[in-house]
Write a protein that binds this ligand. Structure first.
Ligand SMILES: Cc1ncc(COP(=O)(O)O)c(C=O)c1O
Length: 374
């Protein structure tokens, strides 16, 4: 039996809730399940406002629109991230300034930030890689000194914490992903977390085609009209119904993922240490979200060989981000050597199968196969 890299998970109530959404006669956006998801996230994270979006990508695009990012602006973004983190700002004409990562957590190296800030810097976008928090204290301090906005890309990190505070609650804005590969999913989906209340009203408008429809549906105005730029970033209530079942099962899901992460760690760390292979590092002051488990192998060849040999044993493993500054598009903004840690890490990182119903016997097969091929 093949062990896939990811397998979508249903906690049990998804179909009932989708049926309920159909019975509610409201399957477009902003229906009862969208509101339930938003209210639940607002209360758990203790934030002023959460808006579900069609993806994390769209949450990022909404953030760039809210910050009025314009041609000529610079945005500091790790090269070691998904294309959407940077595309959202490039779409508005901004120039990404790629920052390297720390060798331990693979998060933005905050010690480099100050040297990259210019009078044109408008935003800093920390990505909490693998749901392990970036060093938010110094990042926020530098942002404050220079009057720069912080948008957290928390695609991996829902319910992770930095110094006891939830990831996604530090920047003026933050984004979540509910893509199939994430801890909580509805297939494709996301959320914008609004920590600075000045953005709430405009975010609703941009998300609703640039019209003040949300105010109209709340009965606050008697007709709605076009008031701003906008797009359609609200998901169907059918998706929100699926997501609500997942969010309700958050304790079960997180407990399972914690067990999976710890199994890998306990069974691989001695073997890895003896071979100079690195496992994820979680600083004391971070509570991770248990989003993924990876090995940092010693060479590109060792990583590629391992992918092939595990595949022969019906185990799917995958690499992760290719450095954005070396990509075809990214070379317009950066060049080889700009982010040396990113360049070294990207070649060697291998993600292991990780999904909510991965069993211990499947995991022991993965572990045995890794030790066998090395
Ligand atoms: C760091 C990061 N940001 C953004 C995204 C985009 O998420 P979505 O597929 O929900 O648009 C991803 C996707 O995996 C990601 O890893």
């Amino acid at each position: 039996m093949r062990i896939p890299f990811n397998r979508p998970f249903a906690s049990g109530k998804e179909l009932d809730y989708i049926q309920e959404a159909i019975s509610n006669m409201h399957i477009s956006g902003d229906g009862p399940f969208t509101k339930k998801c938003q209210e639940l996230l607002e209360s758990l994270l203790a934030v002023p406002d959460v808006l579900l979006t069609t993806s994390c990508t769209h949450g990022l695009e909404l953030s760039a629109l809210l910050l009025n990012i314009r041609p000529g602006d610079e945005v500091i973004i790790p090269s070691f991230t998904f294309v959407s983190t940077v595309n959202a700002f490039v779409l508005r004409g901004a120039e990404p300034v790629f920052i390297d990562i720390r060798p331990d957590t693979l998060n933005m190296d905050e010690s480099l930030l100050e040297s990259l800030v210019t009078p044109r810097t408008r935003a800093i976008v920390p990505v909490h890689y693998a749901g392990i928090g970036c060093e938010m204290d110094p990042i926020l301090e530098i942002a404050k000194q220079h009057g720069i906005s912080v948008v957290e890309d928390n695609a991996h990190g829902l319910f992770g914490k930095y110094k006891g505070k939830y990831l996604g609650t530090f920047g003026c804005l933050a984004v979540q992903s509910f893509h199939e590969t994430k801890n909580f999913t509805c297939g494709e989906g996301g959320a914008l977390i609004i920590n600075d209340p000045q953005f709430v009203e405009r975010a609703e408008i941009i998300r609703e085609k640039g019209a003040n429809r949300s105010r109209f549906f709340r009965g606050q105005i008697d007709k709605y009209t076009w008031v701003d730029v906008g797009s359609s970033y609200l998901p169907s209530d059918l998706l929100a119904a699926y997501l609500y079942a997942q969010l309700e099962s958050r304790e079960l899901i997180q407990a399972r993922r914690k067990r999976i992460w710890e199994y890998y760690y306990e069974n691989l760390h001695e073997w890895a240490q003896e071979r100079d292979i690195r496992l994820p590092i979680v600083p004391e002051h971070c509570d991770q979200s248990y989003h993924m488990f990876y090995l940092l192998l010693t060479t590109l060849k060792q990583r590629q060989d391992m992918i092939v040999r595990l595949n022969r044993q019906s185990i799917n493993t995958v690499f992760h981000y290719l450095p954005l500054h070396l990509s075809e598009m990214g070379r317009r903004f950066g060049k080889p050597g700009d982010c040396p840690v990113t360049e070294r890490v990207s070649d060697r990182l291998l993600r292991l199968p990780f999904y909510n119903d991965l069993t211990e016997s499947e995991q022991s097969r993965v572990v045995a196969a890794i030790m066998d091929v090395e």
